[in-house]
Design a protein around this ligand. Structure first.
Ligand code: ATP
Ligand code: MG
Length: 511
């Protein structure tokens, strides 16, 4: 009884103190009104002072943001609970932009683009809230892209090395392994210093489930954040998802750490941008996209960067994904994205259906940052690989129509077929740097020429174990320093000779 009365007294005291500091008087507030609502968009009148991207609050606590400002109307993109909003509802500006939680508390979590948990693991412990639209680093604050990101995919690391701070587009038709390439790159970071953000925009729930299972199931959960705006979500959530994911990654970049962002995919994002634009009655341009779709994606991807030493030396690498239609790279969104990014990994449907997985088209893929981002060990080992492979592809085409090639050409064909075999890789099985280096050395030294093609696959499967057994010091040295000298090269070659000898060579191996 006495306890309760002292508590009540204390509460009264606090209330009086607060009343004393509160200034009473008239306060001006703008209240808007919903004119029209539908398809995730509300047209609002009566908010003349609202600014672009401002967060707006509706009657029953729903949120949206101002995307289009007209003379007497604001086009507001809604986040959720769309059906509960009706014409005539009141709307207030919040004076703030859309913000998402950032910080290490997000690692290992699955969240929606507003940072709300989707994994049932309790609330997110955020360090702070940051706006989803942040300016890209200035030129003076940037450094050249020179450090590698190991993806663990032989075809990418040897031929199209990815650098920290680079933007590399993964592009190809539907269902030919685009997501798998990106997920494998994320899985390979489980023992590295890179934090990964996987952003699913407009993907089927089953695809998102598979991506989450792969990342979490392969032990990369603690190093990754998964942001999901599913196909069933509002276009507003899909639209902000890449921006929100970049903000979450920038937290790490700005603290001198390294981040890798996968956006799966920007074609769906462009579609949600088009949907919003058409619903807010902006004039359509090519393929009915509004004129600013290039600017939206350029603004987003410019935030990928390698920061200068003065800014902590952190980096943010972006792997946007784009879908093509029947391999058509010259459609509007693909050409836009190709011109914004620093290179592209092109996946080819024909290769995929022939069984070459990952189905990377070596002819049209390119990394415009150049070989300097490649780890020294791989550069030393793979210097002529690309040329040898390109020559092989040409030769193969010419000899396809019959004719008995001479011995030199036959050797080249045998070698080329083995290069193609080592560029194949099962999903979710990224290789260590040392294994990749060894594999490339093996094919170039002709160690694989006597093996049949299934034998080459067998060789690759057991290679890591054999190296650990026969050359553990060389492996740990390459893993540590990322470089290769003659002694290490010799050690690897010796180890592999021993290993290859223990395998049964196929009789009369032919390509
Ligand atoms: N390297 C690989 N080895 C074996 N199977 C693979 C490989 N890469 C992809 N696949 C298989 O191919 C199928 C399609 O892959 P994925 O979902 O990555 O393609 P996508 O291009 O992202 O498809 P979508 O267009 O639907 O997004 C999946 O079933 C996947 O398991
Ligand atoms: Mg996919």
């Amino acid at each position: 009884m006495t306890d309760a009365s002292t508590q009540a007294d204390a509460w009264l005291d606090r209330s009086r103190a607060r009343l004393g500091t509160t200034t009473l008087g008239p306060r001006a507030e703008q209240i808007g009104r919903v004119e029209e609502v539908g398809d995730g968009i509300a047209l609002v009148s009566g908010l003349p002072d609202v600014r672009l991207d401002e967060l707006l609050r509706f009657d029953r606590g729903q949120f949206g943001f101002a995307q289009v400002l007209e003379r007497d109307r604001v086009g507001c993109v809604l986040f959720d609970d769309v059906d509960a909003i009706q014409a005539g509802d009141t709307v207030r500006g919040t004076g703030d932009v859309v913000r998402v939680p950032v910080g290490p508390g997000l690692l290992g979590r699955v969240v929606d683009p507003l940072g709300r948990p989707l994994d049932g693991k309790g609330p997110i412990v955020a360090e702070t809230m940051e706006p989803i639209e942040r300016p890209a680093p200035a030129i003076i604050d940037r450094d050249l892209v020179t450090q590698p990101v190991q993806t663990g995919l032989v075809v990418v690391d040897t031929l199209f090395a990815l650098g920290r701070g680079q933007r590399e587009l993964i592009i190809g038709d539907r269902a030919i392994g685009k997501t798998t390439v990106a997920i494998d790159a994320i899985i390979n970071q489980k023992d590295s210093d890179i934090v990964c953000v996987y952003i699913a925009v407009g993907q089927k729930s089953s695809s998102v489930r598979r991506a989450i299972d792969a990342i979490h199931g392969q032990g990369a959960a603690e190093r990754s954040i998964i942001v999901v705006a599913g196909a069933a979500g509002s276009p507003g959530l899909q639209w902000i998802a890449p921006f929100a994911g970049f903000t979450m990654a920038e937290y790490f970049r700005d603290r001198g750490r390294h981040a890798l962002v996968v956006i799966d995919d920007l074609t769906k994002h462009a579609a949600s941008h088009r949907e919003i634009a058409l619903l807010t009655r902006q004039s359509p341009g090519r393929e009915a996209y509004p004129g600013d779709v290039f600017y939206v994606h350029a603004r987003l991807l410019e935030r990928a960067s390698k920061l200068s030493k003065a800014k902590g030396g952190g980096s943010l690498t972006a792997l946007p994904i784009a879908e093509t239609d029947a391999g058509n790279l010259s459609a509007y969104i693909p050409t836009n994205l190709i011109s914004i990014t620093d290179g592209q990994i092109v996946l080819d449907a024909k290769l995929f259906h022939e069984g070459q997985k990952p189905a990377v088209d070596v002819g049209t893929s390119v990394s415009r940052v150049g070989g300097k981002t490649q780890s020294h060990a791989l550069r030393a080992a793979a210097d002529t690989l690309r040329l040898d492979y390109a020559q092989f592809l040409e030769l193969e085409m010419f000899t396809r129509f019959g004719g008995m090639p001479d011995a030199r050409v036959r050797d080249q064909l045998t070698r080329g077929a083995r290069i193609r075999a080592i560029l194949e890789q099962p999903q979710h099985a990224p290789l260590r740097l040392a294994d990749e280096v060894a594999l490339v050395l093996a094919v170039q030294a002709g160690l694989l020429d006597s093996l049949s093609l299934p034998g080459v696959i067998e060789f690759r499967r057991g290679l890591g174990e054999a190296l650990d057994r026969n050359a553990p010091n060389a492996v740990s040295q390459i893993q540590k320093t990322g470089s290769l000298d003659d002694t290490l090269k010799q050690a690897l070659q010796e180890a592999m000779k021993k290993y290859a000898a223990s395998m049964v060579p196929a009789k009369g191996a032919q390509p």
